[in-house]
Design a protein around this ligand. Structure first.
Ligand code: PEP
Ligand code: MN
Length: 369
């Protein structure tokens, strides 16, 4: 099945959120009944928050760390729902997690970034979900791979899950950056561009890894027309057993949401997605143009060295006239304006001459140094 053929229900058809963005919040991990309920009570007073999240089974990088409270936490989530009316969601990574979550009446499941990287795991979860009518949110895999992300959604959809949401939580990137996970906005934009019916929400907490970047990332997500935000919150963020640096208190969340500017996308979202997609294409092409220019200059220098070794002048008028004639011809066929192309070629030529003259001017000592 192709994703274009995916049968996906729009968010507003199954969520109580009348107006977007949908906000999902709650602690990275459920730690105690008190922590879970105290956080949920405060979140329930924020009108935008409709869903309460908490990790019960935590995927940890190192084995000695807190791995979640397990099944016991499901009871606390039941209490949250009964007391506040918030919908509940947990991360599931194994078939037994799904069974326990369904048994506890959890409203929405989500599959984490570490699970989505593995098609075997996703398939196993999809099979358990066959014939079960529950919404599932799918985080992007750790690595920036649109097909892998989409593949997970397709597997679930093939099992009959139609209430699907993609969660953009950023991507592992080997280079150091201010983000814990690189947002690489072009990836969710590409998803949205290909599959406009797929709801995508953003998880600024795992993108940023720190509190001070949450607002900016959330705003950017809304500006791109994303349907909601999943933001981690904790009554005492500094004391959190997991992801302490990125969690905020419910009151900070309320303030942040107040300051977000929500644009109306009625009928306009497609325009925005297309615009972002096209801009990204331009960015890629500019990078290619720069790369090609740099490669051209390298060859120009190689020729300069060759001319020097063979005692030939830098400027050879005949070659230059041939270039102009040939390139203007090519340009005309490609629909480029003659005057524009001529000016561009002259600029490139001037820089090429400068580089070759530099080489000519170098003494042998300089060259060998
Ligand atoms: C989480 O939401 O707490 C979590 C573990 O997220 P991710 O799968 O995006 O790392
Ligand atoms: Mn977390």
């Amino acid at each position: 099945m192709t994703a274009k053929g995916m049968d996906i229900l729009p968010l507003h058809k199954w969520l109580p959120a009348k107006q977007l963005p949908l906000v999902i919040s709650g602690p990275c991990s459920a730690e105690s009944r008190e922590q879970v309920l105290a956080t949920a009570r405060q979140l329930a007073m924020i009108p935008q928050v409709k869903v309460f999240r908490a990790g019960i089974w935590k995927p940890r990088t190192r084995p000695s760390k807190f791995e979640g409270v397990g099944n016991e936490g499901l009871k606390w989530l039941q209490d949250v729902k009964a007391e506040t009316g918030l919908l509940t969601t947990v991360e599931v990574a194994k078939p037994e997690h799904i069974e326990a979550a369904l048994h506890a009446g959890i409203d929405i499941l989500w599959i984490g970034a570490r699970t989505v990287v593995n098609p075997f795991s996703v398939q196993e979860l999809a099979e358990v979900l066959k014939g079960i009518d529950i919404p599932v949110m799918v985080k992007n895999p750790l690595n920036p791979d649109v097909k892998l992300w989409l593949g997970a959604l397709e597997r679930l959809n093939a099992s009959g899950i139609t209430r699907l949401v993609a969660i953009h939580r950023g991507f592992y990137y080997y280079k150091h950056s201010i983000y814990r996970n690189q947002p690489m906005w072009e990836i969710p934009i590409e998803m949205q561009w290909q599959y406009p019916q797929l709801p995508i929400i953003c998880d600024p907490s795992h993108i940023s890894g720190r509190r001070d970047l949450l607002q900016g990332i959330s705003q950017k997500a809304l500006d791109l027309g994303m349907a909601g935000l999943m933001i981690e919150s904790h009554i005492q963020p500094e004391e959190a057993l997991t992801d302490a640096d990125q969690q905020i208190t419910p009151s900070v969340l309320a303030e942040m949401l107040k300051n977000l500017h929500v644009r109306q996308f009625s009928g306009n979202k497609e325009f925005q997605t297309k615009l972002e997609h096209l801009r990204h294409e331009i960015d890629k092409m500019d990078a290619e143009l720069i790369d090609i220019l740099a490669k051209r200059m390298n060859i120009v220098e190689e020729i300069g060295q060759y001319k020097k070794d063979n005692n030939i002048t830098v400027l050879q008028i005949r070659r230059w006239s041939e270039i102009i004639y040939d390139r203007l011809n090519l340009g005309e066929k490609a629909g480029l304006q003659k005057d524009f192309l001529l000016r561009m070629l002259q600029l490139v030529h001037k820089e090429s001459i400068r580089r070759q003259e530099n080489i000519m001017g170098q003494t042998d000592d300089e060259e060998n140094s």
